[in-house]
Design a protein. Sequence first.
Length: 732
Amino acid sequence: MTPRTPDFFDEGALVAVLTTQPLDRALDYKAPEGGCHIGAFVEVPLGPRKVLGVVWGPGQGGFDLSKARSVIRVLDAAPMRDEMQEFLQRAADYTLTPMPAMLRLATRAPGLSDPPSMRKVYRLGQGRPDRETDARRRVLAVLNEYGGLSFTLKELSDQAGVTSSVVKGLVKQGVVLEEDTPRDVPFRLLDPALSAKDLTEDQARAADALQAGLRKGGYGTTLLRGVTGSGKTEVYLEAVAECLRQRRQALVLLPEIALTAEFLKRIEARFGAKPAEWHSGVTMTERRRTWKMVGQAGCQVVVGARSALFLPFQNLGLIVVDEEHDTSYKQEDGVLYNARDMAVLRASICGARVVLASATPSLESWANAEAGKYERLELTARFGEAVMPDLRAIDMRTEALPSTRWISPTLQKAVQARVDKGEQALLFINRRGYAPITLCRACGHQLGCEHCDARLVEHRFLKRLVCHQCGETRPIPDACPSCQAEDRLAAVGPGVERLSEEAAALFPDARIATLSSDMFGSARALKEQIEQIAVGGADIIIGTQLVAKGHNFPHLTLVGVIDADLGLQGSDMRAAERTFQLMRQVAGRAGRAEKPGTAMLQTFQPEHPVIRAILAGDEEGFWRAEADERRHAGVPPFGRMAGIILSSPDMQGVFDLGNELARRDGPLRQIGAQVYGPAAAPVARIRGRHRVRLLVKAPKGAALQVAVAQWIGQVRIPGQLRLTVDIDPQSF
Ligand code: ADP
Ligand code: ZN
């Protein structure tokens, strides 16, 4: 039988179906009744099970065709586009990930195999209730206010502040109508013309350049660099507007879920409707709707986390990666990929534009812009009256401070001055929990996790000890588990909770808000807390990394960094870059509105080159010095790297295999690469598995993935041993 078109298979034709099951290739099936398109999402039999798959291409054949099984059915979803197939294939090749694992990322739609489903909605009916109550009046008021709109039961009862039985009561009397509608409905239309801001000259130039790129069409990446508060977001929203005018879809990636709520409001204010949201905090129903609507072009803009890159966009025109330098773009579990790099890959395949926005770009993007691969746009000034904060070091060697306190007298005075003036101060420490170390004063034993090579961290707020590697928690014991001495366990060092305690003692009259990702049961509680702070609901904010990212606190005029040296310890070559970015980011929180800001860095080494670069605000100088060092060492972005992590409950086994790999480095030497290790991985044991790492360093332009695949293909990997390849590792 010949196919009608090259991409349609008639009933009975042999098709290759790629499934999400861990098999090493696509399997052949017969096309179902009615035939199927290439890219169709299908259900196929596999042994006794039914599994999800995608029709990847024509079948390979070469076996007894009468034995071929048939596709069970085609699912209710738009077929995967060939550009998505290509994206998955190339992402798999780049990250050395098996295709089924890659496909799993692209099929994360809950209920993909469910039939199209209906749900109950409620709208205004006729007549009046037999008896008027306050609750009933509120329900009718909501329905009246929104005209002909319908609500789900939950939406309606939440809006009206009543229980669902009140609504049901009104349904019985016909005052409210209950109807069935399809569950997956298109998103409200965003209007690009709605309320554009008057841009400054600088901003307008940047926005014009982005729009010109979109109009020209085809792939292109722009690094949009500008200090915090310079209006990068306003500028890239104009690129989103152009994308909407072209009737193409846009994706905005944010590094932190906690930032989405604020951002969605901004989009709604600009374009008149909320976009779709995609991250782990979104309900299953909403995710299913987003996945389907993105695939049917019933959704114009998606705001989300890195996994949104795998949504089935139909005509993607723009991907924005906000805070592109952020390390959370690197997925460190399962498929190891950097969303920033994958965004560029995806865009280059489907002819979309990419905007990488940051106040402190990654060295990678900086180097790509230098090399002319990325266009570069700069916003130099803060918007309006706001000026960059004044940066100062507090030399901790000259501050009189007992070892159980962390807020120096100088910083204390500065905070008090802000509180007295009714302004806000932020104290930043990049450590969750109460104290990083819990130590027995009788025997010196430090409490550690049984399963990991990690300390247990006391979290007073949770009243537990927590392992930050495996997440296991346990109650805080009274006696030392090693020497059984009672009441001798002591907290050593500062964490965000302990800093809060110190601040409460130093500033008894101030309202203190503590922000740490583990202190909030829900994204909503965190969001409310952040909104409270933004409107002045706190005098002193104490926070971890969470507060460094993008939040807008207009009354904040002082930032105090408790330990500016923290990130500079250790041997990681990226430490300087990380510290520089983080410190500039945190400092950038100060003085966003009319009030000028100050940032103070507590440090024991004010003459350290990184600390000096931060204080001097000499970004170009810092990047150049850093680039020289990396170039000299031949590491990214001037060389290529891959990390191989071997893990197993058996320590000898991982070292043996590591040594074997190190010995058999022929395929690596062929491309001029070197292998280092095996050595204990940065965390040497997690969840009972010992971990060793090998690092491969190759010249830029070398076919690293091909060589690594050949290299690891030489060894047999015992069952309990796991080998993970990490291309472009975060630390080296
Ligand atoms: P960035 O993304 O660079 O940190 P934002 O785009 O968030 O900067 O801008 C900082 C603040 O200044 C925001 O509140 C934003 O609405 C405001 N702003 C920036 N540019 C303009 C403009 N041209 N007109 C009005 N408000 C602006
Ligand atoms: Zn642990």
